[in-house]
Design a protein around this ligand. Sequence first.
Ligand code: C2E
Ligand code: CA
Ligand code: CA
Length: 661
Amino acid sequence: MTSDLTESMLYTHFGTTSPCWRLAADSDALQLSAEDGPTMFAIGLTPEQARKIRSFNGVTTHTTIDIELFGEQQRLNLIGKRIDVTAWAGTASDYSDTQSVARDLAHGLAFAEQVVSEVNSLVVVIDHNSNIKRFNRLCEEVTGLREEDVVGRNAHAFMPTNEQAVSRAHINQFFENASAYEVERTINTLKGPRNILWRNKFVQSGSGPEERYLVCSGTDVTEERRAQARLLELANVDTLTGLPNRHAIHEKIKTALRSGKRFGVLFLDLDNFKKVNDHYGHVTGDNLIQSVARLIKSCLREDDTAARLGGDEFLILLEDNSLTAVEAIAQRILDRLKNPINLGLISVYTGCSIGIALCPENGETLDDLIRSADTAMYVAKDAGKRTYRVFSSEMNSKVAQYMWLDTNLRKALDEQQLELYYQPKLCLKTGEVRGVEALVRWNSPERGRIPPLEFIPYAEESGLIVPLGKWVLQTAAAQASLWQSQGLDIRVAVNLSARQLCDSTIVKDFSDALRTAGQLQCMIDLELTESCLIEDEGLAHGVIEQFRELGAEVHLDDFGTGYSSLSQLARLPLDVIKLDRSFISSINENRTSQALVRSMVAVAQELQFKVVAEGVETEAEAQFLNTIGVDYAQGYLYGRPMPVAEFESWFSMRKEVRLVA
Ligand code: C2E
Ligand code: CA
Ligand code: CA
């Protein structure tokens, strides 16, 4: 075989080394002609050969066929494509005529090259040694590298070291199997690392393994991955505080569990976050949470993790720790949170309650540990807040109680299981009934009569006190109106919790209750505790003024047990001070109590407040209180809290006794 043109058989018969060929869809005869001219020769192809040519699509490609031409065996190289629905066409050349084959190939492939170069996809061709053969325009654009600087270099040189080995193994394996595959790789470029998703396919250029190439066409997915990496971060971080979130700390606890080491879990809940939030609004609430998050972190060691679970709940993992160490950290957090937290113009007090669970003693799974810590936290709250508790198995019953209240108190409100009892208050000098205190009772179909101290604290914590308190106001007002209509002049005092006072609707709820009850003259008084006044004196002051304008007297309940200063007391527009019963019960045995009560009464009188003593159980107590100038008394000595009917008969008996006396 020779490349000499003059000796080329095609040249001899067609006047060109590369005649045109054409194959129709309906005939297996390959037509050969010079330069698009009329057919000069038609050769019958085997069905196999015809099928090979008909597999050409719209992109220029080539194949070889062995045919007999002019009595000689010829191997032709056909370059061409499908030209329309009926035919395939192109140019043919003698396979041995390397020059023209090369020229024709170059001609046809120039177009393919252009496509590779311009296609909107990254294209890299590498050989079986992973050396780069082609590097298209988009590759240049994305990487900032030029093709001439890249070709011949090993593709792995552009990957981070940790990905090189696996990529090398991958490529070797695929050169062996020659199957297509998809893989994502980081590529180091002049513009920094990029994530490229490659779809890799093999092409065979010749017959030997050296002529097999890997064509890698890629898409730059860097931005997509960044948005994902970011999403992952969001999925693990609490956006308000920047602390790990619930998901993240759960994972950490699971890892700690696998390590087999001892560790502690702290469940932390702020004591009066709801109040701050309701009172100052969500922005202040959020600021408080952020400050608390910082404070908590500052109490921990580097290995510990604090996470926010949402709301005002935090979970802390103390790795590799003894009980003493865990308790010390809990105490440190409590101490830090005892100080007021400055939030711009205001500073708020927010203690916290902490429950502690240790692994493995209090749980060996994530759920058990968190449940134990949560239980201990509730017990800490129940124990008066601002304290911590370590889980013990007896705690479960307390929590069961809390859960029971959670489902049943709401129901009690809806199903009218609540009832008001009335306890008389008498004038110490005259023995006249001055009024009553309304005290709520819960008649549970399941548990019988439940005293308020067993459910009011829960109602306050859960916020249920607001609807419950509204019901108390309405019921007491209706009762007072009824008595009024019967000619009975009985004032009814209602207890208000701090939580109710903070509720912006309290004044409206009160005036609505009076109006609905149709009270001619307001017969309702309100008992507030010092805790109502301590938190926001300004607010308390305003609300008290409005109550008084509506005709209510305002009584300061449990006086002497709180922390309000005398100067604060002097500023408040109060009517009555109610001495706490803890002072009264010890009055006859204890000289200090006597001195205390005497001075409290003196201060109250100085400030023009009337004084009520509650919890009066003996005649001796009543006498002492009378001599020091206490105005009214309430207690078992006169009457216990009673249901309406019982109180009414007590009241009429009392009147008769007085009339007789
Ligand atoms: P409180 O306002 O200090 O009510 C007085 C408590 O002392 C009542 O307990 C009453 O039964 C009891 N008591 C009265 N006289 C005597 C006595 O001579 N000796 C002794 N040992 N105790 C006496 P109760 O009814 O169990 O109420 C407990 C607390 O529950 C109340 O304390 C009040 O803080 C709260 N509470 C009751 N009803 C309501 C309500 O409707 N709303 C709100 N917010 N709190 C309420
Ligand atoms: Ca009271
Ligand atoms: Ca009281």
